[in-house]
Design a protein around this ligand. Structure first.
Ligand code: ADP
Ligand code: MG
Ligand code: ZN
Length: 508
């Protein structure tokens, strides 16, 4: 009887819990069984491992072999445990020493030839392996992604024989250091705000949204540049910290998206179509996968044609908008995914799209307009900090070469970054995340401003939540002006961004 133990990792949400692979050889009829809640692909591991060992000229032990993947209550999927299982079998049957095994974690799928194939979700696994202090042996193709994690010893291999060379000391594997990710070069890579003609008010709103992480709804006829503006938001957002970049990349990693090592500090911009399902938007599935809201974690979620989205799908956004995460429950499992996204939405002012357009083309009735707008529920609207109109530009303005003072994204980003720093120093978080205690501490108003705000709330019939949103927004406007105090001008600008709270009055 003989036992060997190797370590590997499963994938659960954005975590990569440790899996202990125990290989037990006993006397009896030759057989091989895998226990510990393995899914189909893991059960098929037997055949891949047997093939890989035989083609690599090892002996496949003719014994009663039991492989236990512990903990048993953790579902396991994919071929990621193949390497750990194969090494365990070799060690249990005396073809490799057992002693070094505890210093490593093994990940990788085996081809019948013994080649190592890449697996998904490397980044979360690399972070966990670093915290365990063990070295990581993984397929060569996965090495660059794992190398984003500093302080982890990485040994890439492309064949199981190379792994054996490391373990029996005959041919140690090289240690991979990777190319240090370049400092962000986003200025040149992204569409630039300088391309947008006119639309001064919308540009201003976008800058404020970027500075304080505020959500924004743009209302205007088709073709006025709403999508264009939204796609330029990432270029003016403060740069991601390393921690943020790792979190965002970890989500891309578990959804099997290749990580562009050069651009991994860029904030994501996702714009799912309005026909997308609830699962695609928020995440789900029998083995829960992140949705669009998690893929835009630390970046921008752009919902174009907001009223066209399924209302039930939109309502699900309320929870993550408040908490910055989403909990997905499926029969047996539950997974938390981070979802700290900045919501930018766009919509037409009416069903035909031309309400308020000078050409008078709109024939929608008041009733149709309000029904259209009511597709966005009050509670969702309450959670959107800013609402602005993006009107049609006179054609001559659109044709003009961009104005000289058409500031570039790089310039705007300097201002938003400064405002962001002020917030971090004072609040320790972005202004849009201020809680009510912090709001009373950091957003105090003069008597005059206090009166202005009460009046506005009464006239516009604002909710308590909208009231708080206005204060947070005013705080960001003051921060952009490097002002300690929120002035009346800052406050009235903030109030002006609640356009949509007013009932539609024919021609807004
Ligand atoms: N303010 C603008 N500056 C420069 N180009 C514009 C502007 N507004 C619209 N355009 C042009 O019109 C096209 C459509 O704009 P888009 O952003 O898709 O409009 P919307 O999303 O409001 O329907 C853009 O690709 C761009 O070429
Ligand atoms: Mg558009
Ligand atoms: Zn209309």
């Amino acid at each position: 009887m003989s036992l060997a133990v190797t370590y590997s990792r499963a994938s659960e949400g954005v975590d990569a819990p440790l899996v202990t692979v125990e290989v037990h050889l006993a006397n009896g009829l030759p057989s091989l069984s895998i226990v510990g809640l393995p899914e189909m692909a893991v059960r098929e591991s037997k055949d891949r491992v047997r093939g890989a060992l035989l083609t690599s000229l090892f002996e496949f032990p003719p014994r009663r072999t039991t492989i236990n993947l512990a903990p048993a209550d953790l579902p396991k999927e994919g071929g990621r445990f193949d390497l750990a299982i194969a090494i365990g079998i070799l060690a249990a049957s005396g073809q490799l020493p057992k002693e070094p095994l505890s210093r490593y974690e093994f990940i990788g799928e085996l081809a019948l030839s013994g080649d190592l194939r890449p697996v998904q979700g490397i980044l979360p696994l690399a972070l966990a392996a670093r915290n365990s202090g063990r070295a990581l042996i993984l397929p060569l193709t996965n090495a660059a992604e794992a190398a984003l994690v500093k302080g982890l010893t990485i040994h890439p291999a492309s064949h199981i024989l190379e792994v054996c060379g490391e373990l029996n000391g005959t041919a140690p594997l090289a240690t991979y250091h990777g190319d240090a990710p370049q400092p962000s070069t986003t200025e040149r890579l992204q569409p630039d705000l300088a391309d947008v003609h006119g639309q001064q008010q919308a540009r201003r709103a976008l800058e404020i949204a970027a500075a304080g992480g505020h959500s924004l709804l743009m209302i205007g006829p088709p073709g006025t540049g709403k999508s264009m503006l939204a796609s330029r938001l990432p270029s003016i957002l403060p740069e991601m910290s390393e921690q943020e970049a790792l979190e965002t990349a970890a989500i891309a990693s578990i959804s099997g998206r290749p990580i562009n090592i050069e651009q991994w500090r860029q904030r994501p911009f996702r714009s799912p179509h309005h026909t997308c399902s609830g699962v695609a938007l928020v995440g789900g599935g029998s083995n829960p996968r992140p949705g669009e809201i998690s893929l835009s974690h630390n970046g921008v979620l752009f919902l174009d044609e907001l009223p066209e989205f399924d209302r039930r799908v939109l309502e699900v956004l309320r929870e993550p908008l408040e908490s910055g995460k989403i909990t997905i429950s499926r029969a047996a499992r539950q997974a938390d995914f981070p979802a700290k996204f900045q919501l930018i939405a766009a919509m037409n002012p009416c069903p035909c799209g031309y309400l308020g357009d000078p050409n008078g083309r709109c024939r929608c009735s008041m009733d149709q307009v309000s029904r259209y707008r009511n597709r966005i529920s009050g509670p969702l609207l309450d959670r959107i900090d800013m609402q602005i109109e993006v009107p049609r530009l006179p054609i001559d303005q659109l044709m003009q070469a961009p104005h000289n003072n058409n500031t570039s994204s790089a310039e705007v980003r300097q201002r938003t970054s400064q405002a962001h720093q002020r917030q971090m120093q004072r609040n320790g978080c972005s202004n849009h995340q201020l809680n009510s205690r912090q709001i009373s501490q950091f957003c105090s108003l003069s008597n005059q401003s206090q009166n202005l705000l009460s009046q506005a709330c009464e006239q516009l019939g604002l909710s308590a939540r909208a009231y708080h949103r206005i204060l947070k927004l005013a705080r960001t406007i003051a921060d952009l002006a490097s002002s300690e105090q929120i002035s009346t001008a800052h406050l009235s600008e903030a109030i002006s961004y609640r356009k949509f709270d007013r009932r539609p009055q024919g021609n807004p």
